[in-house]
Design a protein around this ligand. Structure first.
Ligand code: Q46
Ligand code: ZN
Ligand code: ZN
Length: 312
């Protein structure tokens, strides 16, 4: 396999683009893929204050590295969920911390057990909820809170093409119109003073992110969260990979043709996109008098969330 650009030894085949690339040209290509996503969807600029949500995994760390190399002003956020199985949370925090040191950027760390006296799985158990549902509410809350308090312009996450296409497949199968309205690579701020949400890895696949980390010598947590076992999204990824093997490029076409037509699903959403209320307890925008985060964590008006993050 030869590199399409220099004819040197290729290290990765990219059948969806009908080419293979050597280490140097793959590295350039990854930077270009991220720049393309940022520019095409007008995600942010060199002046933006960017918060990268990382879990210690390959996608978030690859993205943070690429943004720093492209000259963006990007800090990180790691949320320790308190998952003790397999030492998952503490190990993943270590990967996030050492990467932040390596690039010399600030990392915000939120420790759920320290803030609330309970880990995500423990809280989910007391509330008879699934850990992933408690996790989603909590992660969203802290991402928004830190972006708001620290005046970030945009929160970026390491969702890649495989993640986006798998979510799309699940939402189409069950025609979840509300979710279909929200699957774009970039959601601009709803009002001024707010922040946008961006996924600059949408043109890259999971495999490409892993190869990037390998090439750049970026250590990342290889084990998956113990609660991701049996997740439906893994099933959709598996199915899409089978399709992709027979029809290279199918995944890309599936997701980006949807993005081009996303306004078909957004008509209904637009009327009600801004939560109409403010949570009585934490002051966050909310669909109810008390937001889902404060309900989950049983916070009362004394719920003190002011000293809940650590900065490196
Ligand atoms: S939601 Fe669920 Fe993930 Fe949270 S508990 Fe683990 S698998 S980390 S994206
Ligand atoms: Zn080359
Ligand atoms: Zn609240």
């Amino acid at each position: 396999m030869k590199c399409r650009i220099c004819a040197g030894k290729a290290i990765i085949g990219l059948p969806q683009h009908n080419m293979a690339l050597c280490a140097e040209h793959f590295d350039n290509w990854m930077l270009k893929r991220v720049s393309k996503a940022v520019d095409e969807f007008k995600m942010f600029s060199k002046k933006s204050n960017i918060l990268v949500a990382v879990s210690g995994g390959k996608d978030g760390l690859a993205l943070w590295d690429i943004l720093v190399r492209l000259g963006y002003n990007a800090s990180g956020l790691y949320i320790n969920l308190g998952i003790e199985e397999d030492d998952y949370s503490d190990e993943s925090e270590e990967f996030a911390r050492s990467f932040a040191e390596r690039v010399g950027r600030k990392l915000y760390i939120v420790d759920i057990k320290e803030n609330h006296g309970m880990s995500i799985p423990e809280k989910a158990y007391t509330k008879r909820r699934k850990p992933c549902s408690a996790c989603g509410v909590t992660k969203r809350y802290y991402m928004n809170k830190i972006a708001r308090n620290e005046s970030f312009d945009v929160i970026v996450t390491g969702h890649n093409l495989d993640d986006q296409a798998a979510a799309l497949l699940g939402n189409v199968l069950y025609w979840k119109i509300d979710y279909l309205a929200k699957g774009a690579p970039y959601s601009p701020p709803i009002e001024s003073g707010q922040f946008g949400k961006a996924k600059p890895l949408v043109f890259c696949t999971e495999k490409e992110d892993a190869v990037y980390c390998l090439l750049k010598g970026i250590p990342y947590i290889q084990k998956e969260c113990p609660y991701s076992k049996g997740a439906t999204s893994l099933r959709w990824k598996h199915i899409l990979n089978e399709i992709e093997e027979n029809s290279p490029g199918a995944k890309h076409a599936f997701y980006f043709d949807y993005v081009r037509n996303i306004d078909l699903f957004q008509a209904k959403e637009k009327e009600e996109e801004l939560p109409p209320l403010t949570c009585e307890i934490c002051g966050a925008p909310s669909w109810d008098y008390v937001c889902s985060f404060c309900r989950l964590w049983d916070l009362d008006k004394r719920g003190n969330l002011s000293c809940d993050m650590d900065q490196n």
